[in-house]
Write a protein that binds this ligand. Structure first.
Ligand SMILES: [Zn+2]
Length: 235
């Protein structure tokens, strides 16, 4: 297991850690990390690990059996090394702005249109939302994005805290994406965005919705049957 520092601080850009293991000269597991691994519809963090003055670029981060593995671009790191980690902050900050926006858009689509969200894909430069909805009307979608913007402008604090699984599961709709929650999880990290959204979530977010900015619907696709897809950008 690696201690996931990003769970309690989405704004941590630098940290110190010890190398626990190195596989194939490039897959590095640390005792603690601020690097977010690919998952939950979010991309992984890029950045670097530095030992003394030697720098190793982190090109991929994934989670395997509870261990967060950092793929570096060259060999040299050894078990027991003490390293400093640096997150590529511009990338992370855009991801957390889009990620927090994803919560708000999903919640608005559900509340206003009764849509069921089937998937979110967050990138540093756009958000893709897949949802189930009978009607397909671009103007109506534009309106939902404006409702999301109204919520964003309220400048609501984003809070995260832990609840026992049993207690959390009493809250209706807390697990929004089907199959998102492994049964082994005993404590749930819950993310609350004012009155807008409350759900189990392991990803990083902004502290206040005002950091997101203004959303624009750039494309809406009809994927057939009830499947709709929207691409949203921050202006
Ligand atoms: Zn989230």
């Amino acid at each position: 297991m690696s201690e996931a520092l990003y769970m309690d601080d989405s704004y941590l850009k630098e940290f110190e850690a010890k190398v626990v293991s190195v596989k194939d000269d490039k897959y590095v597991v640390l005792d603690r990390t601020a690097f977010y691994p690919k998952g939950g519809g979010l991309p992984w963090d890029t950045g670097k690990l530095v030992r003394d003055s030697e720098s190793f670029n982190v090109v991929f981060v994934g989670k395997f059996d509870g261990a967060i593995s950092h793929e570096v671009d060259r060999p040299g790191l050894k078990e027991g090394d003490v390293v400093k980690g640096f997150i590529d902050w511009d990338n992370r900050y855009n991801v957390i702005r889009y990620h927090t926006a994803a919560h708000i858009v999903s919640s608005v689509l559900h509340r206003e249109a009764g849509a069921r969200i089937t998937g979110n894909q967050v990138s540093p430069d756009k958000l893709r939302v897949d949802f189930d909805l009978e009607r397909f009307d671009k103007e109506e979608l534009e309106r939902y994005v404006q409702v999301a913007n109204d919520e964003i402008r309220k400048g609501v604090d984003v809070k995260s805290y832990y609840l026992d699984r049993e207690e959390a599961m009493k809250i209706p709709g807390i697990v929004k994406l089907a199959g998102a929650l492994p049964p082994s999880v005993e404590k749930l990290r819950v993310v609350e965005i004012g009155e807008v959204d409350l759900q189990a979530d392991g990803g990083p977010h902004v502290r206040n919705t005002s950091e997101i900015g203004e959303l624009v619907l750039v494309k809406a696709e009809n994927k057939g049957k009830n499947n709709r897809r929207a691409y949203i950008k921050i202006k």
